[in-house]
Ligand binder design. Structure first.
Ligand code: FAQ
Length: 311
């Protein structure tokens, strides 16, 4: 009976065991995971767009090769995550349809434009840095397939983050124009990166339940604070300034205090009113339509092979 199943599930979560696809799980746990993993997968593939914008204009062959590899990694992350979501009984097609219809979200951060080459560095340093801070605890998420996907993704994200840091360092130590370009990119990406962690704890509707289920291990504000504390010394060694006059070490708390985040901007971006929401979604829809023949060919190929009894 359901009560016994529920007790077994609660005991497994309490004992830090992993819940696996064939295990019984509460419907709401399944729905929460589908929501979060789908949003995460969508973010990975939408996140390819802002950076891909610079592939043709990378300043050297080396930088171009690195950037292409990074953008391909993001596609790979999307694929692991769609596969993890599929273990919960939804199909990739269904999830993509929901993304294209605007019925599932992707991260707010990818609705900002990449105006200069330095933005590629700022995304690597700050956006991938924020992503890692959020995702390392997800390696201990109670749902096995999601936790395991995160292990590999985090390794690749660390490499992406170093790539961005190194790029920004080169610009920061370059000509005065290059330094200014790096500073401008950091000025524009800093606040949106802090918003990636989600609304403040008192406005985070899912946190309490997700933490009880051990999907989330830390609150949005805890991870945001951890990220700020990591970035301050890194900004110093980059020779760049974080655009927050209220940012300062608080001896008592053992953390940096920082200025107020403009949450109205965050909610506005979520509603679809960020600078690039329309462009990101319409490019994604077009890419999907243009890929129809590939999906059809792959399906025809698979069908032919499954009928092929001679091997
Ligand atoms: N953007 O109650 P909570 C990457 C929504 S990294 C948009 O706190 P939750 C790597 C939230 O969905 C980016 N929406 O929600 C990369 C909910 O709305 P709903 C992807 C947001 O789930 C780098 C409502 O606000 N990473 O892609 C955002 O407990 C470079 C209330 O919020 C992940 O997805 C936001 N930033 O906590 C790729 C990590 N924040 O669903 C390419 C996994 C909140 O009820 C290039 N996800 N909302 O309609 C998570 O850890 C969690 O889902 C949070 C949100 C922490 C994002």
């Amino acid at each position: 009976d359901t009560d016994a199943f529920q007790r077994a599930f609660d005991a497994a979560v309490a004992a830090e065991e992993r819940i696996e696809p064939r295990d019984w799980m509460p419907d709401a746990y399944r729905a929460t995971l589908v929501r979060q993993i789908a949003q995460h997968a969508h973010s990975e593939i939408i996140g390819m767009q802002p950076e891909a914008n610079w592939i043709t204009r990378a300043p050297s062959l080396r930088r171009k090769a690195i950037l292409m590899a990074k953008v391909q990694d993001e596609a790979g992350h999307g694929l692991y995550l769609y596969s993890a979501a599929e273990t919960l009984g939804v199909s990739r097609e269904e999830l993509l349809d929901k993304l294209h219809a605007g019925r599932q979200k992707y991260s707010s951060i990818f609705n900002y434009p990449t105006l200069t080459w330095a933005d590629v560095g700022a995304i690597g340093w700050l956006v991938d840095g924020a992503a890692i801070t959020n995702q390392v605890p997800l390696c201990r998420c109670s749902y096995g397939p999601y936790a395991r996907a995160m292990v590999r993704i985090c390794k690749e994200e660390s490499f992406h983050q170093r790539q961005g840091y190194e790029l920004l360092l080169a610009l920061s130590k370059g000509t005065p124009e290059q330094h200014a370009m790096a500073q401008d990119a950091v000025d524009r990406w800093w606040w949106p990166s802090l918003m990636m962690f989600g609304p403040p704890d008192d406005a985070s509707q899912h946190s309490a339940q997700s933490m009880a289920w051990k999907i989330k291990r830390h609150s949005n504000d805890e991870l945001r604070q951890r990220f700020v504390d990591i970035c301050v010394p890194q900004a110093e060694s980059l020779g760049l300034t974080l655009p927050d006059p209220d940012l300062k070490w608080n001896e008592e708390r053992g953390h940096h205090d920082f200025g107020a985040i403009d949450w109205s901007e965050f909610w506005d971006v979520l509603k679809g009113n960020g600078p690039c929401n329309d462009q990101r979604l319409s490019r994604r829809r077009t890419a999907h339509e243009e890929g129809t023949w590939v999906r059809e060919a792959a399906a025809a190929h698979a069908a032919k092979h499954s009928n092929d009894t001679t091997g």
